[in-house]
Write a protein that binds this ligand. Structure first.
Ligand code: MSP
Length: 475
């Protein structure tokens, strides 16, 4: 098989409804998947998303909602599936961790790790945060024993759990980071992670006794325990391929995750894979958080999340995506500010892009009866115009390969503004020489045709309209 591209979103907790953070992660991945399909071909790309459906938080939420757990997760998972449709996410697979095939495969991997001596029965004493689905030490909590993320009191627990021997792999992991300097991305996250690993890894609990929690995957070597959350969830990236007979896509090119869950992907996941003798993914990219106007992370629990459905209703899907992506680097936090959204739509989409399209379209109609004229003349003026687009593919593609989506889309809009300035400069409406006029208009129409190829991963609907308007053959 030729070059392949496998990209994943995290699987979303089926404990709440989709919010702007989930939509953001999915949109970033979608743009990357769409671009790679354009350059590698549809069959060379596999894009997976899904839902994470086990664990204590889900049991509690189902109880609150007065529903059977399975009914509850079916509901929630369907909402995420609907989100992928409503936001036109082009995933090839939607994996649910309650899928029996996924469960069987997780059991297979548990057994491999156990046989290797990487899983052992131990005693856990600590504070459990249901929100994070993990244990904390007392020193990690505030004075009221609340976790710093969810601000909720953690339960003190002492129980027999199966542990994963994370500490055994510390040096192997550090060695892997050294040999694969692109694995932790963006680069400014590397020191933090490497230093934390160097401070020492503690083994982690990966099971609960069924009497405590009975909503997870049964441990194959001890039927009184279940595994849930991280050992279950992380393996989705592999089981999704195995279930669909797409193993040739492994190792993943890129796991995109929010930086709140990067530790699990940069430390637990590579170690689990080492343990079960699988190749490691090529890269984990941690994107920033969407913040409210005051700089707080948008989340269900803080009740400050913007409803993405309302946004697409008000502004349109392509417009919403454009505003989310073009404002700041993917690796940094982004303050979502509706006033800025309105400004961007007016200035960049309506004035710059909209104007360009309508001006060129009108001139083709007024001067050439709606048929794009031939180019008859290539003088210095035209050469200068053409050279403006030199190495465009290389520049754009490099930005995308570096996950600088905002730079890629801004490069397109830089050219949109150049074309508007070109029209102002040559003033085709004053042109008496028909040959020169034909060349001007041909160049402009060709430049639009050229640019929409690059606009398409970001704004496929806008591109469809432009193709129709100019009667361009869709590519
Ligand atoms: N189920 C785990 C992931 C398991 S992956 C093997 C999980 N789920 S989640 O639903 O809580 O979060 C999923 C993704 O949404 C994470 O990448 C998280 O960073 C992202 N976001 C949640 N809130 C966010 C913002 N406010 N802004 C941007 N992304 C955020 O974690």
């Amino acid at each position: 098989m030729n070059e392949t591209f496998y990209i994943t979103t995290p699987i979303y907790y089926a404990s709440g409804s989709p919010h702007i953070g989930h939509v953001y992660t999915s949109i970033c991945c979608d743009i990357l998947a769409r671009w790679n399909r354009q350059i590698l071909g549809n069959k060379s790309v596999f894009f997976q998303t899904g839902t994470d459906e086990h664990g204590q938080k889900i049991v509690e939420k189902a109880k609150e909602a007065n529903l059977e757990i399975l009914e509850f997760v079916n509901n929630k998972s369907n909402q995420f599936l609907k989100m992928t449709k409503d936001f036109e996410i082009t995933n090839n697979n939607f994996l649910r961790t309650t899928n029996p095939e996924h469960k069987k495969l997780v059991q297979k991997y548990l057994q491999i790790a156990f046989d290797k001596g990487d899983i052992y029965l131990g005693e856990y004493k600590g504070y459990y945060c249901v929100g994070c689905e993990r244990y904390f030490e007392e020193k990690d909590l505030d004075e009221n024993k609340c976790c710093l993320i969810h601000k909720k009191k953690c339960e003190k627990k002492c129980e027999k759990n199966y542990f994963f021997f994370l500490s055994k792999y510390e040096n192997q992991l550090l060695d892997f980071y050294k040999k694969n300097p692109d694995f932790i991305s963006p680069k400014n996250k590397q020191d933090e992670i490497i230093n934390r690993v160097k401070e020492g890894l503690r083994d982690i609990s990966i099971s609960r006794n069924k009497t405590d929690l009975n909503w997870g995957i049964e441990i194959p070597f001890d039927k009184t325990h279940i595994t849930y959350v991280w050992f279950d969830a992380l393996f989705n990236y592999l089981t999704g391929l195995e279930i669909n007979k797409k193993e040739e896509f492994w190792p993943a090119n890129i796991h995109i995750v929010g930086h709140d869950i990067s530790w699990f992907h940069l430390v637990y996941w590579p170690i689990f894979l080492m343990s079960v003798n699988k190749e490691l993914p090529k890269k984990v990219y941690s994107h920033g958080m969407i913040l409210d106007k005051d700089g707080h992370k948008m989340s269900k629990s803080l009740n400050n999340a913007i409803n993405p459905y309302e946004q697409i209703e008000k502004y349109g899907l392509d417009e919403f995506k454009y505003c989310l992506i073009s404002t700041s680097p993917m690796g940094e936090d982004l303050k979502y500010n509706e006033e800025q959204v309105i400004k961007k739509i007016n200035n960049e989409l309506n004035n710059d892009l909209g104007n360009l399209i309508s001006r060129v379209h009108t001139m083709i109609h007024n001067y050439f009866n709606g048929v794009i004229p031939q180019i008859n003349l290539v003088g210095d003026y035209e050469k200068e115009f053409i050279s403006e687009f030199d190495n465009f593919f290389e520049k754009y593609n490099k930005h995308i390969q570096n996950f600088e989506l905002y730079k890629a889309i801004n490069l397109v809009f830089e050219k949109v503004r150049y074309l508007n300035a070109y029209i102002n400069k040559v003033e085709p409406w004053k042109q008496k020489d028909k040959q020169k006029l034909s060349s001007n208009i041909n160049l402009l129409a060709s430049a639009i045709k050229f640019l929409i190829f690059y606009l398409k991963p970001f704004m496929p609907n806008k591109v469809k309209l432009i193709e129709k308007q100019f009667r361009f053959q869709p590519f």
